[in-house]
Design a protein around this ligand. Sequence first.
Ligand code: NAP
Length: 336
Amino acid sequence: MNAPPSTPAGTAAQAPAEILSVTRPSPLLEPQLRAAFTLHDRLHESDPAAFAAVAPRIRGIAASGESKVSAELIASLPALEVISVMGVGYDGIDVAAARARGVMVTHTPDVLNDDVADLALALMLATARQIPLADHHVRSGQWAAAGPLPLARKMSGARLGIVGMGRIGQAIAQRAAAFNMAIAYTARSAKPGLPWRYLPSAQALAAESDFLVLITPGGAGTRHLVNAQVLAALGGSSAERGILVNVARGSVVDEAALIDALERGVIAGAGLDVFADEPRVPERLRALPQVVLAPHIGSATRATRQAMADLAQANLAAHFSGQTPPTPVPECRGHG
Ligand code: NAP
């Protein structure tokens, strides 16, 4: 990786490093960025001519988990040394192009595990117990006018399949254990140290699950991992069909196949925090009452976003003081 230039003893301090934010900076991160660096907030989009003038001086990029940093953008920044992602997922960053240039990529793992796992359980419960419908039933006066809601689905004791058994997948499994769920998972490889049953594919897992929760990275390796066949397997043949929960990335699911499966009653419902083309969500999906929708809020609590902002800033600060950043992405570990 490119080492930041050192300041010889006795010389004047260097000017602050220039950073390009490729996303609207979090209010929890922006003051830290402005205090330590010269920040160019989305200048490449708002003023390409001004961006061309500063591009040769840009040494860092501040990004979010949903940001796109293309090989083309990286190529346009000859002094780029580091990309700091405020988020654990970095599927929008062309890490191969960054590595080829010796550019360090960092992210913010672990500090968001609790929140994303909490949201997964919340979506499982909200979908199974029809919480949004129940809320509407009371608010709208239908409870008094039309009587009780149809009976819902029991979650405690049901079979849970988790697709992706990394940091967050394990936090989900730990929570689900308190609901006496029978837990199984799939991942690229079995985890012999974990107490839960491994199945070799999403389809095999879906066939043995009442709830299927997705918590893998996005990107090419997981694109449409959940397709029509997996949804058919989740549907099974019982009267109580399966429920899909996606807190991973929209790209992991074939969204057209999901909408089709929901409309035809192949699966019972879905709880979705992520979508194929955020923030655009298909009207057909929004029209379905058996679907619970959230606007990508997995890590969106004040405490967790503060921890993510602090870690994103710590990664930049470490790099520009000549140290190895605390949390490089796996592809950049050992290259500090
Ligand atoms: P992690 O520790 O790297 O775990 C990822 C898991 O996915 C691993 O178990 C990995 O398998 C598995 N996996 C990867 N490719 C797979 C494939 N092709 N088939 C099956 N399993 C595969 O990551 P994490 O910290 O738990 O985060 C996971 C993801 O959650 C992030 O990358 C992000 O996309 C998403 N996320 C969403 C939100 C939100 O707001 N909704 C917030 C944070 C994170 P192996 O262990 O065998 O390698």
